[in-house]
Design a protein around this ligand. Structure first.
Ligand code: MGD
Ligand code: MGD
Ligand code: MO
Length: 747
């Protein structure tokens, strides 16, 4: 693999995000991928009423869309899909699978759109073109050859439309398994687990309007300047309305500090200071933070709300009273004064929203931490009233919708009952495998077919070496994809790549729909011509396979689904609550019912919002070690690498970097510019990622950060969050070892 880091340069980090450089940067990338005309055509249609939903993130659109709802990273996501680059006819003849497996994620992604179905036979080392009928026949053949349906897993990434997702889960359950792991298992699963138990809904409870009206907004464990840039406009608007913002993060992320809104001329010059307070917390210190704040606020509890709507308060209050301040200060790295001042701000605010993303969800105690966020909000009645509530900020543009459609390995009984009533077959009741369990099952030979609806399973998952071996052990891997990625190269004995239409492209079967992070459902309609004549939509791929597998199916009209997505929506309307009259309402868009938000009703086991007792455990790092978090750079979308810069953090032309506090460097006799290997120690052996250039960076003490997916190799498969089983990608104990400059090039 070429050393892409050769030109690596490091400068000072920025303290503001957005502004003209963001526009320029996005335009340059879009132009490189698409040329001038297409750049204008596509970027004007992102998130417009008659256009397509941005594949970038799940942040909602809002009422007043500016003519170009401009967002740098949204533009990059669009350009990546709408690129005019195509994988050439001879590409796979020239590049055997073994060679592709050595190429970087960046190189793979830059090769352009997939244009035809491809097949790698057992014993061959090359993909060759194949017809769709033949491809479906191979998948059906391998599925039928299994000893039981649970020997197959069906993964989903979060871009899949509602219609495709509904058809897909139907195919999988019709086949007979609930093995439907998804990217959510690695993402907001901890939020879903905690919120379902405590509030009775696995989603957020605020609208954009609530955010605009909030008096105090916490942004915890999230880097919106890079990952949800349009959220900055909402935060800016809230500030204009008088809101205060508290950022809780080990890193001083540019977007949290100051925002120059490219939408408003006045925003370009000086920008708006966003965070009024920056709590530079240690990794994994959030549970201690929220417990401490709650303790300080106990005397200002909303007794009426607690009495009327909640359960478990007295026990929780007793537990809090025993909180050990020394542990709080150790876990958070914050001072008591900072905590007291923050509590004072909460006390003075009539409405509080807490927003969060991966900084809260990817730790061993994530579910407990998020439960503690809920306790904190319930204490002062900050759920189910205007301007207040929980706001887990979702990642992939339709990851929330996919769950609503039944992409879930643990489907609730009432969902399965509704499917059974509608289609007249008995769906499997036994829970299926999540992402981590699916890897274990493939590793152990218990799962023999892997089907991926989008995504890049091999690179998104932890313990890269273990996971790669697991996939290579399967009989067949099938990847429904738009672009080449490493999951095509690290494959089963037989392998198929099925190229799909993207969001930006015209689809003869009609528009599709998606659900954003705040539970609004709306239509998405691509206008560009398909990247190649041979592409099928994801729904068509599902239906084509279903027809091959089930023949003339008396239960599901697959051919009709394929012709007209309206027919899929009619069925969704009858199966899933909140979708009545779906077809009539889809184009205008509508909000899904949300009991806590709409009615202050909490459909939990107790019928009330639950306070929960969570024992504080300080994550103590052994001497000499650091706690590593794996984050996104500004130029990537998960495993898709748009470019090699991380502008806001001052990094140019390279990715193998490690951000460490200067004092932690000094303690280790290391200096900015040194090259180190990262080693994670685990009972079953050490894991190593080689050759990272150290950057002296103002992160919290004892903590460090590097980019994923390069560092996934360090996260052991069995290091997961309790309950949600999410890999602990934000708290990996590592040792640094000085490395020879040569190992920089090695992977
Ligand atoms: N451009 C772009 N947009 C994206 C994505 C992308 O890759 N690129 N990915 C999409 C997806 S799938 C998702 S899930 C989201 C992810 O959105 P984010 O969650 O913003 O993504 P990360 O880069 O993982 O950033 C984690 C943030 O949490 C902080 N953090 C880490 N650990 C802790 C902790 O213990 N406590 C606190 N308080 N903070 C912590 C980190 O310093 C960092 O700021 O973005 C979505 N949008
Ligand atoms: N260490 C570490 N690991 C992590 C994380 C972390 O913070 N740290 N974050 C986790 C999170 S939050 C997530 S969500 C996962 C992401 O996991 P995934 O969703 O599996 O990964 P992506 O990189 O988003 O998938 C990119 C691929 O999707 C395909 N694709 C893009 N658009 C489409 C489309 O419209 N249709 C189809 N069929 N395919 C398409 C392209 O081929 C592209 O290569 O990674 C997780 N892994
Ligand atoms: Mo995600």
């Amino acid at each position: 693999m070429a050393d892409e880091d050769e030109g690596l340069r490091v400068g000072p980090p920025k303290d503001w995000a957005g502004g003209l450089p963001a526009v320029g940067h996005a335009m340059r990338m879009a132009y490189e991928q698409m040329g001038a005309r297409r750049t204008v055509l596509t970027l004007l249609r992102v998130n417009q009423k008659s256009g397509f939903d941005c594949p970038g993130c799940a942040w909602p659109e809002g009422e007043h869309r500016s003519p170009a709802e401009f967002c740098e990273n949204g533009a990059k996501a669009v350009a990546e899909e709408a690129t005019t680059r195509r994988l050439s006819a001879g590409f796979f003849a020239d590049h055997p699978v073994g060679e592709l497996a050595t190429m970087s994620d960046y190189w793979l992604g830059q090769q352009g759109r997939l244009t035809e179905p491809l097949y790698k036979d057992a014993g061959s080392d090359r993909y060759r073109p194949i017809g769709w009928a033949e491809a479906f026949r191979i998948v059906a053949e391998e599925l039928r050859a299994l000893e039981g349906p649970d020997e197959a897993v069906f993964y989903t990434s979060g871009r899949t439309s509602n219609e495709a997702a509904f058809a897909y889960q139907l195919l999988v359950r019709r086949f007979g398994t609930n093995n439907l792991p998804d990217c959510s298992n690695m993402c907001h699963e901890s939020s879903g687990s905690a919120l379902t138990e405590t509030l009775g809904i696995g989603k957020g409870t605020v609208t954009l309007e609530d955010l605009h009206r909030a008096e105090l907004i916490f942004v915890v464990g999230q880097n919106p300047g890079t990952n949800h840039p349009r959220m900055l406009s909402a935060l800016e608007r809230a500030k204009r309305g008088g809101a205060r913002i508290i950022a809780v993060n080990p890193l001083p992320e540019a977007g949290l500090l100051r925002f120059k809104n490219p939408q408003r001329p006045s925003g370009l010059a000086s920008g708006t200071a966003l965070a009024d307070r920056f709590l530079q917390i240690r990794l994994n210190g959030d549970m201690a933070l929220f417990q401490a704040l709650s303790l300080l606020l106990l005397d200002s509890a909303d007794r009426e709300f607690i009495e009327e709507h909640t359960h478990g308060f007295a026990e929780w209050e007793r537990h809090l009273a025993a909180l050990d301040w020394a542990e709080v200060l150790e876990a958070t790295g914050l001072s008591r004064a900072e905590l007291e001042e923050t509590a004072g701000e909460v006390r003075g605010a009539r409405s509080v929203v807490v927003c969060w993303a991966m900084g809260l969800t990817q730790h061993r105690n994530s579910v407990a931490t998020i439960r503690e966020v809920v306790n904190f909000l319930l204490l002062r009645g900050n759920v189910g009233r205007p301007g207040a509530g929980v706001c887990p900020v979702r990642g992939h543009s339709n990851v929330q919708g996919d769950r609503t459609m039944g992409i879930y390995e643990k489907p609730p009984a009432d969902f399965l009952d509704a499917l059974e009533a509608e289609f007249g077959f008995a769906p499997p009741r036994r829970h299926g495998l999540d992402t981590v369990e699916a890897i274990r099952a493939m590793r152990d030979g218990a799962v023999k077919v892997f089907f991926g609806m989008g995504g890049n399973f091999v690179r998104a998952t932890p313990d890269s070496e273990v996971t790669e071996a697991a996939l290579r052990r399967t009989r067949l891997t099938v990847q429904v994809s738009t672009k080449l990625n490493r999951s095509h190269a690290v494959c089963g004995e037989r392998a198929l790549i099925l190229p799909a239409l993207g969001r930006t492209e015209r689809d003869a079967a009609g528009y599709v729909t998606v659900e954003d992070s705040m539970g609004l459902v709306h239509a998405s309609r691509g206008r560009l011509g398909p990247a190649a004549p041979g592409l099928l939509s994801e729904t068509a791929i599902v239906c084509g396979l279903a027809r091959e597998l089930f023949g003339d199916d008396p239960h599901v009209p697959w051919a009709e689904f394929e012709r007209d997505y309206g027919a899929v929506r009619d069925r969704i309307a009858r199966v899933i609550p909140g979708f009545a009259d779906f077809n009539a309402r889809a184009e205008a868009g509508f909000a899904l019912p949300n009991a806590p938000r709409d009615e202050r009703r909490f459909p939990t086991a107790t019928g009330r919002a639950n306070f929960t007792v969570n024992r504080l455990e300080v994550l103590r790092v052994p001497p000499g070690r650091l706690l590593l978090q794996t984050v996104r750079s500004h130029d990537q979308y998960n495993t898709t690498i748009y470019g090699l810069d991380d502008r806001y953090r001052g990094v140019k032309a390279g990715r193998r970097v490690l951000f460490v506090h200067p004092d932690d460097l000094a303690e280790r006799d290391l200096a900015d510019g040194d090259v180190v290997d990262l080693i994670s120690e685990w009972p079953d052996g050490e894991r190593k990622a080689k050759g990272f250039r150290v950057i002296a960076y103002p992160t919290a003490r004892g903590c460090c950060a590097a980019y994923f997916p390069e560092t996934n190799v360090l996260v052991p498969l069995d290091s997961v969050a309790e309950t949600s089983n999410t890999p602990t990608s934000k708290s990996v104990v590592v040792r640094l070892a000085r490395s020879s400059p040569r190992s920089r090039a090695a992977r």
